[in-house]
Write a protein that binds this ligand. Structure first.
Ligand code: ADP
Ligand code: ZN
Length: 362
């Protein structure tokens, strides 16, 4: 078992990573002295498999929970669904100390966190992260949100969970493609922050793909640690936290250009990291060798390195409108070596376009 402390000045919390954590969940929950009634939000896939197990652990902890199941998928991250959960919470008489648990991936985590942040101006939020992407990404950082029809994550807040539980056995039922999408973000942490971790990924691709427990625990734990280190230095996203955006400028453009349908997030990030590595090399920052290592690791973990169905002009235009673009200046998060970021704003248009062509399939 591994614990990662997210050491914020206020509202710091622990992430517990391991196998068979039911007792941990029970003990943690009991120790918090929550009100006796609570709510668990889950989705139609995860709920089917894990409701009984989680319900048993929470009952033992003395919390009487009801499960609220949303349809699996991004469309549930909406104000309409949030409203239904508020209604249920009020009807059930949840008070300011009633815990709300998220049991699911990123969608359930973001939605539930948003409800917990706003119901009665904030009630205790606990995250039981079941997808690899949620475990390494949304379990650290406190970003919670719902989508608006005009844009993703447009309505949200920063709200930290009381604790996060990551049981490795959840991964066994996760579809293969969802595992690879999580690996996209995991590669990112090595690339921006920790060469030794990057090397570990290179040297253990087989164990990782076989979901060997020790490897999973290490890659999830190390990813959470890196994100926690970055986030605790920059809780509200003013500076350092931007390095987490490596690969994301082009990823967001690709996701948008393919209507969020063709590639899931981690796949788009994988392609975007290749693009950012090429720009880094063109700008004379990153060596040929390191560029190749990034592309090769992405390939060997079954992630794409090129996007199809994308128009170069549309991708370029869309990077100019990225959320992280200020006054039309794209803040490219580039690398000067594996494990170290270099932020550059003056990438010539021609260079950016050339590298975009390299990640677009003919
Ligand atoms: P994210 O990739 O951000 O976590 P979702 O929350 O939509 O996005 O999760 C991805 C998909 O995986 C959803 O269909 C969800 O129901 C499913 N899922 C999440 N965790 C598990 C799990 N442990 N077992 C089976 N399916 C899961
Ligand atoms: Zn991401």
């Amino acid at each position: 078992m591994r614990k990662v402390r997210v050491d914020l000045p206020v509202n710091g919390y622990d992430i517990t990573i391991g196998t068979g954590l039911d007792e941990e969940l029970e003990e943690y929950t009991r120790a918090q002295r929550f009100s006796s009634k609570g709510l668990v939000v889950t989705d139609s896939n995860v709920g089917k498999i894990y409701t009984e197990r989680v319900s048993a652990a929470l009952q033992k902890a003395g919390v009487d929970v009801e499960f609220f199941t949303v349809q699996a998928g991004e469309t549930s991250k909406s104000l309409e669904v949030a409203e239904k959960i508020y209604t249920r919470a009020i009807e059930r008489g949840l008070d300011r100390h009633s815990p709300i648990f998220a049991l699911g991936g990123g969608v359930v985590g973001d939605l539930t966190g948003f409800v917990a942040a706003t119901y009665m101006r904030g009630v205790p939020f606990v995250q039981i992260a079941t997808s690899l992407l949620a475990q390494v990404d949304s379990s650290v950082g406190g970003k919670v949100a719902v989508n608006h029809r005009l844009g993703k994550n447009m309505i949200g807040a920063f709200y930290q969970p009381k604790f996060v539980m990551i049981d490795l056995s959840f991964i066994e039922t996760l579809p293969k493609r969802e595992i690879y999408t999580g690996l996209g973000e995991i590669i990112k942490y090595g690339a921006i922050y920790d060469e030794a971790f990057f090397r570990y990924l290179e040297e253990n691709t087989e164990k990782i793909q076989a979901l060997a427990e020790a490897s999973l625990e290490h890659i999830i734990g190390r990813s959470c640690e890196i994100k926690a280190e970055v986030v605790t230095q920059d809780e509200k996203e003013n500076g350092l936290r931007r390095i987490l955006n490596f690969g994301h400028t082009m990823a967001h453009a690709i996701e948008k250009e393919t209507n969020y349908l063709r590639y899931n997030h981690g796949e788009a990030v994988a392609i975007g990291m290749c693009g950012a590595a090429y720009i880094s090399r063109e700008m004379g920052l990153l060596s040929e060798d390191d560029t190749e290592r990034i592309v090769n690791l992405i390939k060997s973990l079954n992630l794409p390195t090129k996007a199809d169905h994308c128009r170069e002009e549309a991708i370029f235009e869309s990077t100019l409108h990225d959320k992280k673009t200020v006054n039309g200046v794209v803040h490219w998060v580039l690398l000067d070596k594996i494990g170290h970021v270099s932020e550059v704003t003056e990438v010539p248009e021609e260079t950016a376009k050339k590298c975009m062509r390299m990640i677009l399939a003919e």
